[in-house]
Design a binder for this molecule. Structure first.
Ligand SMILES: [Zn+2]
Length: 487
């Protein structure tokens, strides 16, 4: 190449110019490129020979690339980075719009719950654990241990009944109401004015005692709670918030003063009735043939609710007649609860809440805030043999459909029921119910509400009403049961 170039530059003649011989040169260039010498080397050679013809030849020869500059390299890099950025951004957008296409292991990266319902349920309950409205452990302790707490070994996995500490932990329980319960008296002994069963107050005090001593026995597990903030504190401490609820107005000895003292001992709800009528209200009984006594609340029953509102004690309408429930909903200034009741439209039982009561629950004008905490007792859930976790989920779904998802909770009745639904055998099984509802399309916020947040909202509402009434100077209720003869 160099000799041909030097001839052409020294002696111009008419002799036709030599034919261009680009091919070997190109091959050399390619070889140089492959060897890492780069095209710049080839171009240096050609610039040195100064031939315009050859320069023109350079322009016209597609196989011989033009020199590559640093600017070219920069441009190439920019193109590659732009493409990668676009691909990355597009992937992110696709994952945000269609997060379900990501495998479960990577789901947390886009804030998505696992597709596996049980994994999702456990993740939801880690952040929003179960607060059960009604567990009958204290009455089991009375029956099995005669209230001797030193003999109670709740840390044993196989502790009798439905509750043990390992089961509570497996079930992601963050709190529950320890029901303090004594049964209704035999009507033949009680008499029509409810004046003879005074031992009910003693037995209730013993139930409070056995519950408190059991809570104290396991300070690393249970934390006593007297209000909504205490529940939150216990949960953030990794403890199980422990509240007390009295299951029936018959346990008050016909006295509003007794209610106040139960409150002072830490009780935070009273169920207006159990399966018997009492001085305050009518019960729904256990079968449809119960004859009403007061037609709902008695005059003293209305005053009892006034005092509960003032104290900040939740009005519990489980076990009450439909008329009692409707009157209490209308009269109570504070939100109310059903600590352990399901839906009558799903399974027709008097203990379940009918739609015409559910339709009065809500935060809209003319309704009262409240939460219906679904009972797992097979007899309330479905026809014999059909009580399953899916059937319990049907009750949750129905209450949510009529009253709204913010008005349903969990009130298992564990340790107070002889049988259990398939799939909800004890307190370790709550995640199965949450998983079932997740499958049905409930989102994590709705499920957190069901697990406990709805109850917390209602509790806070009752506390607010109590605060306002006290601020306004509401005085304690001093009404006396009119059948008493001693006062
Ligand atoms: Zn009950």
């Amino acid at each position: 190449m160099s000799s041909r170039s030097s001839q052409g530059s020294r002696v111009p003649t008419p002799e036709p110019p030599p034919l261009p011989q680009p091919e070997p040169l190109n091959r050399a260039a390619i070889n140089q490129m492959l060897l890492g010498l780069g095209k710049s080397y080839v171009s240096t050679q050609r610039i040195d020979d100064g031939s315009a013809q050859d320069s023109a030849h350079d322009e016209a020869t597609p196989l011989l690339p033009r020199p590559v500059t640093m600017e070219d390299i920069g441009k190439t890099r920019a193109v590659i980075w732009t493409a990668l950025t676009i691909i990355f951004a597009a992937s992110l957008v696709i994952l945000l719009i269609f997060p379900h296409i990501l495998p479960d292991a990577l789901a947390p990266l886009v804030g998505r719950l696992p597709k596996d319902p049980m994994k999702a349920a456990l993740q939801i309950l880690d952040n929003a654990p179960v607060i059960d409205g009604h567990i009958d452990l204290p009455v089991l302790l009375r029956a099995l241990f005669a209230n001797n707490v030193s003999a109670v070994e709740l840390s044993e996995e196989s502790f009798p009944g439905h509750v043990s500490i390992p089961r509570l932990r497996a079930g992601k329980v963050g709190g529950f109401f320890w029901s303090v319960y004594t049964s209704c008296a035999d009507p033949a002994i009680e008499g029509e004015d409810f004046l003879t069963s005074t031992w009910r107050v003693r037995d209730t005090l013993e139930q409070i005692d056995v519950a408190k001593l059991t809570i104290e026995k396991y300070p690393d597990v249970f934390q006593p709670a007297l209000g909504s903030q205490h529940i939150r504190d216990a949960i953030s401490n990794g403890k199980i918030a422990s509240l007390l609820g009295v299951e029936g107005g018959h346990q008050l000895g016909n006295s509003v003063a007794v209610l106040r003292q139960y409150h002072a001992l830490g009780v935070r709800y009273v169920t207006l009735t159990h399966i018997c009528h009492n001085a305050f209200a009518d019960s729904c009984g256990f079968s449809p043939d119960i004859v009403p006594l007061h037609g709902g609340l008695s005059p003293l029953g209305f005053r009892l609710i006034d005092e509960m509102n003032r104290l900040g004690m939740l009005v519990d309408l489980s076990h009450t007649s439909d008329d009692t429930a409707k009157q209490a909903l209308a009269h109570s200034k504070a939100p109310v609860i059903w600590s352990h009741s399901s839906a009558r439209a799903v399974h027709n039982h008097v203990r379940n809440v009918p739609d015409d009561v559910l339709s009065h629950i809500g935060t809209e004008e003319g309704k009262k805030d409240g939460v219906v905490m679904v009972n797992f007792a097979p007899v309330f859930v479905a026809e014999e043999g059909n009580a399953t976790v899916e059937a319990v989920a049907d009750h949750v779904d129905h209450i949510a459909k009529v009253a709204g998802k913010k008005h349903v909770g969990l009130g298992s009745d564990f340790d107070g029921i002889a049988d259990v639904p398939v799939g909800l055998e004890d307190v370790s099984k709550y995640p199965a119910l949450i998983a079932e509802l997740y499958k049905r399309g409930w989102n994590k916020y709705e499920l957190a509400g069901l697990a406990g947040a709805n109850l917390l909202r209602v509790f806070e509402g009752a506390e607010k009403v109590s605060h306002e009434l006290r601020e306004a100077g509401a005085v304690p209720v001093f009404d006396i049961y009119d059948k008493r003869t001693d006062l």
